[in-house]
Write a protein that binds this ligand. Structure first.
Ligand SMILES: C[S@@+](CC[C@H](N)C(=O)[O-])C[C@H]1O[C@@H](n2cnc3c(N)ncnc32)[C@H](O)[C@@H]1O
Length: 371
């Protein structure tokens, strides 16, 4: 089976690292997508374990499609009954670019007709009364790919964050921010703008090696090759891999409501006891520890506060950071002037997107601890 793992812009290196950790050799990305060869068990394992990736798909076929006839004929060659059950309700989603076929809705209609035909031939029935499965198509340069969405909800939905404070980070992006930092479970990690607690919670899950997909369902459970005993076995194996490391994580926010929500989310994720939450204005943030790592995404001017307020927050945060002598600090923000406001040059800057907002992930490295 051809399994496609998609990643958000700028997070490819993190997804590559986690694929390698799961035993995939030399994964390569093409336009943010990794192709992995494997069976259904591997597909389930990836969905359970991937922290930074966006989605997982099964690629059913790829072919030339420069006319509707070609699109219909080639889609009809696919045996959809290998994956779709008798009464499956099929939802088509897709994109077209730089091709003769550019009408997404019309292409979706043609593909759906071919799928229903294939299912009718296999099952002698056309009723769509069963569970919903999303089929994706992409037509680029007259070349069509047909995929099944194996996740349903994106992989960022871990199942612990029913409630969010304003402008939460996607859990997958929070994991990439942690992966792109020098954080390791032995270090102290702090998020002084924690909001719903996403960074702290994901860091605790990483430290404890808690698989992110244990508490949710996936669309692959609706497909023909799905085996519940194998899925349960993979989840049991994943649970056994949790370690007994006690991470040091501190998360604070000026809002009492945010702290209450963050604590509730951490409880649902099973990591409440590894995070110290506190209602605190970042200006009062101080810890005695000689070394620590700050990872945060402070308010953005266009979403939560006015530009001037935000500038003031950033320059005050710069002062707080400079009082923490050997600490490192990572900031995800859309602010272009952060270095000026921090009065310090960043050691690294990466372009990342937070909910379609172009952001910079600034790295300010502290002194390395002496051996
Ligand atoms: C962009 S949100 C952080 C979202 C968070 N990463 C999450 O995933 O939910 C920014 C947060 O900064 C908090 N904040 C604003 N001013 C603050 C200050 N002076 N001190 C501490 N927190 C502050 C807001 O209450 C808000 O929760």
């Amino acid at each position: 089976m051809k399994i496609i793992v998609s990643s958000a812009f700028g997070t490819e290196a993190s997804v590559k690292r986690e694929l390698e950790k799961l035993g995939i050799e030399k994964p390569k990305a093409f336009s943010g997508k990794f192709v992995v060869e494997g069976d259904f068990e591997l597909l389930m394992k990836l969905c359970i374990w991937l922290r930074c990736a966006d989605r997982v798909f099964i690629e059913l076929a790829e072919f030339k499609a420069s006319t509707f006839d070609e699109l219909y004929e080639n889609t009809s060659q696919i045996d959809f009954s290998k994956f779709l059950k008798k009464y499956t309700k099929v939802y088509l989603d897709g994109s077209c670019s730089a091709s003769k076929l550019m009408a997404i809705k019309a292409c979706g209609g043609v593909i759906k007709k071919a799928i229903m035909n294939s299912l009718e031939n296999a099952y002698n029935i056309t009723s769509e009364t069963g569970e919903l499965v999303v089929i994706y198509f992409s037509i680029v340069n007259d070349w069509c790919k047909i995929l099944i969405d194996a996740c349903g909800d994106g992989l960022h939905k871990r199942g612990y964050r029913a409630i969010t404070y304003s402008a939460p980070l996607k859990e997958t992006l929070a994991c990439s921010l942690i992966d792109l930092s020098i954080y390791s479970p032995k270090k102290l990690l702090c998020d002084p703008f924690c909001g719903s607690g996403t960074i702290a919670i994901e860091a605790a899950m990483i430290a404890r090696n808690i698989a992110p997909g244990l508490k949710r369902h996936f669309d692959f459970e609706k497909l023909v090759p799905f085996s519940k005993p194998t899925f349960e076995k993979l989840k049991r194996e994943a649970t056994c891999l949790e370690n007994d490391i006690i991470p040091k994580i501190f998360a604070s926010d000026i809002s009492e409501e945010a702290i209450l929500l963050a604590r509730e989310n951490a409880k649902k994720a099973g990591v409440e006891k590894y995070i110290e939450f506190k209602q605190l204005d970042m200006r009062d943030f101080y810890l005695e520890e000689e070394y620590g790592v700050l990872i945060c995404n402070p308010p953005y001017g266009d979403r939560l506060s006015t530009k001037d307020e935000v500038k003031k927050i950033y320059s005050d945060f710069g002062k707080v950071f400079s009082s923490l002598k050997n600490w490192s600090c990572y900031v995800l923000t859309d602010c272009k002037d952060l270095e000026k406001l921090f009065k310090r040059k960043a050691d690294k800057k990466r372009k990342l997107f937070n909910a379609k907002i172009e952001c910079t992930y600034y790295t300010f490295l502290g002194k390395k601890p002496e051996k």
